[in-house]
Design a protein around this ligand. Structure first.
Ligand SMILES: NC(=O)c1ccc[n+]([C@@H]2O[C@H](COP(=O)([O-])OP(=O)(O)OC[C@H]3O[C@@H](n4cnc5c(N)ncnc54)[C@H](O)[C@@H]3O)[C@@H](O)[C@H]2O)c1
Length: 305
């Protein structure tokens, strides 16, 4: 979609973090934007903060197909059409212990938002995009899952690997159809080295009642960014923040120039990707999984949690 001016986008998870940055970048391109999020206070504050007639906020729960259909209809009612759907909402459940010890509701919540949320978004929007033969789907994945998983974070990369495969299949099927609609996979990253300090680091925040673990004390969110900073400090490293606008730039380029892998090349990720491919081809143990990653809790920390 070469011309973005006047086009309409719906961005899920748009009340904060990367989704809000994408919404702002789209407005700067002259697009009209629907920010869709389940957290109403944050959504209201985001829309008020932008203060433009070209942006509205619609409370949306991506775990519900019906909710996404209502959001699509509201967008069409207000702006006349939808051209871009960014399936960006996701959660980090802050699961405790090892993979075999996590509460099943941590799995259910993450799979429902991070995977079913993208499938619901695809089903709610793609038929309209195909019918008008114009549009773009941007699904947000993560290097953690799309390239190689951080083994200790298990649930999250499982969901992001699913989003990656789904988006590859979607791209292939759209091409097979000869449709002008296309798809991109956004792998949030930045030119400036640093962490993307967003709400996702408040692991377990805004957990809906149906996904509770049973004990209210157990459900308190964790500040995973503070934990990362502490681990890094102990290792003599400093954690700096990167601007979210750089992630949003990737999304804009992906739509305008039809880029599938929307990411900045990162030496470290590339090395891990090569190691994984070599391990698969040569059938050697996946040793690349053993690298210590300070972003995620160590085995000892997980044992104590
Ligand atoms: N921050 C990073 O380092 C990073 C890295 C790689 C990928 N990502 C991905 O980027 C995307 C955006 O995350 P972020 O980092 O901006 O975090 P964020 O927590 O700031 O944004 C996620 C948004 O999704 C919303 N949300 C949660 N459940 C929802 C639901 N059921 N329905 C609708 N909205 C819901 C939240 O309220 C929140 O506003 C996610 O897909 C995330 O996995 C983030």
């Amino acid at each position: 979609m070469k011309e973005l001016r006047g086009k309409v986008a719906v961005v899920t998870g748009g009340a904060g973090g990367i989704g809000l940055a994408i919404g702002e970048a789209m407005l700067a391109q002259g697009m009209k934007v629907v920010l869709a999020d389940v957290v109403e206070d944050a959504l209201g504050a985001a829309v008020e903060g932008i203060g433009s007639k070209d942006v509205i906020g619609v409370r949306t729960d991506v775990t519900s197909f019906e909710s996404l259909c209502e959001t699509r209809d509201r967008a069409i009612e207000r702006f006349g059409a939808v051209h871009v759907i960014c399936n960006n909402a996701a959660v980090g459940a802050g699961a405790k212990g090892h993979a075999w010890e996590h509460h099943l509701n941590d799995w259910r919540w993450s799979l429902d938002v991070n995977v079913m949320g993208v499938i619901n978004g695809m089903n709610a929007f793609v038929p309209n995009l195909i019918a008008q033969d114009e549009g773009h789907v941007v699904n947000t994945s993560s290097g953690n899952g799309a390239y190689t998983p951080i083994a200790s974070s298990d649930i999250y990369p499982v969901t992001k690997a699913a989003v990656t495969t789904l988006t590859e299949c979607l791209w292939g099927q759209l091409r097979e159809l000869g449709s002008k609609v296309s798809a991109s996979l956004l792998l949030p990253s930045s030119r400036t080295p640093g962490v993307l300090a967003t709400g996702i680091w408040r692991a377990g925040a805004n957990r809906p009642d149906r996904y509770r673990r049973g004990d209210p004390d157990d459900d308190a969110p964790r500040d995973a960014l503070a934990e990362y900073r502490a681990r890094a400090a102990a290792a003599g490293q400093e954690v700096v923040e990167a601007p979210l606008s750089e992630v949003a730039d990737l999304c804009i380029e992906a739509i305008r120039d039809d880029v599938f892998w929307a990411t900045y090349p990162m030496e470290h990720q590339t090395a891990k990707l090569r190691a994984r491919t070599a391990s698969q081809i040569e059938r050697t143990p996946p040793d690349y999984l053993l690298e210590v990653n300070l972003m995620s809790a160590s085995a000892d920390e997980r044992k104590r949690s």
